[in-house]
Design a protein around this ligand. Structure first.
Ligand code: SF4
Ligand code: SF4
Length: 232
């Protein structure tokens, strides 16, 4: 129904998504990409010889991560740790980023990385589950980008609604609409622009769901991209 196939990108073996079932869920996408972290045949830019499993990676993207959880992952994590949203963020979020509204995990390395292993592996955010340092075609990348931004945007909307994240001002162009504390970096601003794609979108499929199985992939994908992916 949904699978990744290998494709050559300038002599490097990368991945392209093929969708043959219009009802495919986000969980189907996660199941399809998961095996490639252990796949040694595809190109992985940050491995020493560019081929191998993620388990043997010395660079390890978790060391330099910019991870903001999506709404489903966040709910799973606060339930797993038995913490309130405020308690969870106080313990695990970067206080500086949090002060201006971005619930980014503490990083450098990621606060959940211990002995080169992810300690929240079953509940890790979408951005972690969908990242590979492997070339992918533009439509696959666009879908992943859209999925991740929708999930994060819904967490931020929900957090603002519930009061555990500060509201963004719409009047301050100089701070990208963020509260005035702190100073967002260029990377933060880029992230914010991505999230803003969904900020006022009441059709965000991450609203009111508890699992990735409940999210239809087509509902989180730009329509033209979806048409190309299902026709591939
Ligand atoms: S995806 Fe991350 S862990 Fe895997 S090879 Fe690339 S940098 Fe290393
Ligand atoms: S949450 Fe887990 S997978 Fe994601 S960056 Fe942190 S340690 Fe790595």
């Amino acid at each position: 129904m949904i699978r990744f196939v290998t494709r050559e990108f300038n002599g490097k073996t990368g991945l392209a998504l093929v969708i043959s079932d219009a009802t495919a869920s986000l969980q189907d996408l996660l199941d399809a990409i998961q095996p490639f972290s252990d796949d040694s045949t595809i190109y992985k830019e940050y491995l020493i010889d560019q081929h191998g499993t993620c388990r043997g990676c010395r660079i390890n993207c978790c060391r330099q991560s910019f991870v903001i959880p999506d709404r489903v992952s966040f709910n799973n994590l606060i339930n797993y740790f038995r913490l309130s949203p405020v308690e969870f963020l106080a313990r695990y979020a970067d206080p500086h980023k949090l002060s201006y509204g971005l619930p980014r995990f503490r990083s450098g390395p990621c606060v959940f990385l211990k002995d080169a292993m992810c300690t929240i592996y079953p509940y890790r955010p979408l951005i972690c589950q969908l990242y590979l340092c492997t070339p992918m075609d533009g439509d696959t990348g666009e879908l992943i980008y859209s999925v991740v931004s929708a999930g994060i945007a819904e967490l931020i909307r929900y957090g603002q609604e519930q009061g555990f994240l500060p509201a963004w001002s719409t009047s301050s162009a100089s701070s990208c609409g963020l509260p005035s504390q702190g100073s967002p970096t260029g990377y933060d601003r880029m992230f914010i622009k991505i999230i803003e794609r969904w900020a006022d979108n009441s059709s965000n499929p991450f609203c009111q769901v508890n699992s990735y199985t409940e999210i239809r992939l087509r509902d989180v994908c730009p329509p033209e991209t979806w048409l190309r992916l299902v026709q591939t």
